[in-house]
Design a protein. Structure first.
Length: 320
């Protein structure tokens, strides 16, 4: 991805702006919540600094290493990131009282390059306009998140998928599709009931929501989870509108607990239905074991890193 543009400011001023890591927060979309965790002082070749960035609903630390730095430009790379390394090259050329900027970005060392480039491409388009705005050229841009889903569409999709799961549970496809149909029903109940119950219970107790989004599961915060596999653990998330919510800490806790319990309890519906018809149903026995394993594993992770932990913190601290 290559960008060429001109800024109406002397090259020294432009260079100072780009070489100040504190300006990262000014030019990236606010949805990324980029925070500078360390400041490389002095700025030089080989210096490293770290930032926190929120991506697909989860916060990740990322490192920046300055590979090359001089008056004409710089090269640095981003590492310790779940979507591979990002190589970034900048060149500054004076054009009278203006400056020509050439930037190149390349995603490396990941099999998720198409996804990373899609996310990065939208953000870089915003960044370009934000940089121009910082120099008084145009207004502050707005960022359209490609993974954002309107609340009504997210609810409709979740209800539709739960209905499909119920149909696949009671309707027997012919072999060899029979086990596949039951597994799909199990997966749909695990995947789509979580946020649907957040919304249902939250709406009853006064929690407001703004939208759904495609994000990463909270299990990626587990320290033992392989970093390179984190982009695989996609989940449907729902964004809380805290400003307009009226629920107290107990209401927030019940909303958090409802989603976590839903994804642990609802999948049991498939094997229990099958085993009530026949205790010898092998698919039912396998899905029963999967449901039990999911309940144990999810309850542990959710208590430490997910919704159960958030609910307990709300009760303990009185926060929302």
């Amino acid at each position: 991805m290559k960008y060429e543009y001109t800024i109406s400011a002397p090259v020294e001023e432009v260079r100072r702006f780009f070489y100040d890591p504190r300006n990262l927060e000014k030019v990236w979309p606010s949805q990324f919540r980029i925070r500078l965790l360390s400041d490389p002082t002095p700025l030089r070749e080989g210096a490293e600094y770290r930032v926190a960035v929120r991506l697909l609903g989860q916060e990740f630390p990322a490192g920046f290493r300055i590979v090359q730095l001089d008056d004409s430009g710089s090269v640095h790379e981003t590492y310790d990131f779940p979507f591979g390394r990002i190589w970034h090259r900048q060149q500054f050329s004076p054009m009278g009282q203006s400056t020509k900027v050439v930037e190149e970005f390349e995603v490396r060392d990941t099999m998720f390059r198409p996804i990373a480039e899609r996310v990065l491409g939208r953000a870089l388009s915003y960044r370009l306009e934000a940089i121009r705005s910082a120099f008084g050229e145009g207004s502050q841009p707005s960022f359209r998140d490609p993974f954002r889903i309107p609340l009504h569409l997210g609810n409709a999709l979740s209800v539709l998928m739960v209905a499909l799961a119920a149909l696949l549970t009671v309707y027997d496809l012919p072999w060899p599709l029979y086990p596949l149909g039951k597994f799909v029903a199990w997966f749909l109940l695990w995947f789509f009931t979580h946020d649907l119950l957040h919304w249902a219970v939250g709406s009853l107790v006064g929690v407001k929501f703004s939208h759904y989004y495609i994000g990463l599961s909270a299990m990626v915060n587990w320290p033992s989870f392989p970093a390179k596999l984190k982009p695989l653990v996609l989940a449907l998330g729902i964004k809380i509108d805290r400003k307009n919510s009226r629920a107290n800490s107990g209401g927030f806790a019940s909303m958090y607990f409802a989603g976590a319990l839903a994804s642990m309890i609802f999948p049991f519906a498939v094997p229990l239905f099958l085993l009530l018809r026949s205790l010898n149903d092998v698919v039912g026995l396998l899905l029963l074991a999967a449901s039990a394993g999911n309940a144990v594993f999810s309850s542990y992770l959710s208590t430490k890193y997910g919704c159960i932990g958030r609910g307990l913190r709300a009760l303990r601290t009185g926060s929302r």
